[in-house]
Design a protein around this ligand. Structure first.
Ligand SMILES: NC(=O)c1ccc[n+]([C@@H]2O[C@H](COP(=O)([O-])OP(=O)(O)OC[C@H]3O[C@@H](n4cnc5c(N)ncnc54)[C@H](O)[C@@H]3O)[C@@H](O)[C@H]2O)c1
Length: 258
């Protein structure tokens, strides 16, 4: 094995990607497959997840499977995880990435809207991580987890108002650190990425003048592309990061430095 492969290979690994049907999850899943991993996708959109899984299998000549599952459904997550393990043999890695945003001022946000965002972005991340970690520990697998947080866990976005999202992502960062501490004795590493503005379906519906403002406020004067997050995820999941746990890797074109 050459040095490059030794540093970043995910060969003989299987990864579970939540929210992998499109956007960041899909772009990362493609690249994780390109460096050797087999792929399991969990997504609310079963049809798109199956299409993405097929596409990745063909393009990278690897094994893939997908499940239509809502990460806020604790029982369903457990059931699908069990089926996925039976189908793939084992799962070593998790990219815990499904998330949603509702952009509304606090005063106009209903309890239902607030709870929905917290449920997907925080509880969903917890439900998947908790059951996946339990599986790793019980099977003595030294795995790794990367959660998708956001720079919104640190800064308050503008001009759009989205307190529920910002709060959920701040919690994902601290959940990451808390689980990292608990599972360090098992050699299970838990880290998160915090992307800045990335152009995906999640952000494409937003007013164009707001998107222009996001680019203008970013020192690199543009939005990021989903594939620009893949190297960070691969690094955190690979043996190159064997002493890295509980960390937040910010990938934001410099947004949070000013
Ligand atoms: N796009 C950005 O600018 C940006 C910035 C920072 C962080 N993020 C985070 O990155 C992650 C991915 O975002 P994206 O831009 O790719 O979004 P996206 O909307 O393009 O993709 C999200 C995927 O998650 C799935 N999903 C949503 N709710 C789900 C649920 N309850 N159960 C299972 N699957 C569900 C969707 O079906 C979709 O396939 C999210 O956690 C998001 O908060 C995005």
């Amino acid at each position: 094995m050459g040095m490059l492969e030794e540093l970043f290979s995910l060969q003989n690994k299987t990864i579970l990607v939540t929210g992998g049907a499109r956007g960041i999850g899909k772009a990362v899943a493609h690249r994780v497959a390109a460096v050797g991993a087999d792929i399991v996708i969990f997504d609310l959109n079963g049809k798109a997840a199956a299409e993405t899984a097929d596409e990745i299998a063909k393009e990278h000549n690897c094994r893939t499977t997908s499940f239509e599952v809502d990460v806020t459904d604790y029982e369903a997550v457990g059931k699908c995880l069990k089926l996925a393990v039976e189908h793939m043999g084992k799962i070593d890695l998790l990219f815990n990435n499904a998330g949603i945003v509702i952009q509304k001022p606090v005063i106009e946000t209903t309890p239902e809207e607030w709870n929905k965002v917290i449920d997907v972005n925080l509880n969903g991340v917890y439900y998947v991580a908790q059951q996946f970690g339990k599986y790793l520990i019980e099977n003595n697998i030294k795995g790794a987890i990367v959660n998708t947080a956001s720079m919104s866990g640190t800064i308050v976005n503008y001009p759009q108002l989205q307190a529920s999202y910002n709060t959920s992502k701040a919690a994902v960062v601290h959940l990451t650190k808390s689980i990292a501490y608990e599972w360090a004795p098992y050699d299970i590493r838990v880290n998160c990425i915090s992307p800045g503005y990335i152009f995906t379906e999640l952000t494409s519906f937003v007013r164009e003048d707001w998107r222009d403002q996001w680019a203008e406020s970013t020192p690199m004067k543009r939005l990021g592309k989903p594939e620009e997050l893949a190297g960070a995820v691969i690094y955190l999941l690979s043996d190159s990061a064997s002493f890295v746990t509980g960390s937040e890797l910010v990938i934001d074109g410099g947004f949070t430095i000013i």
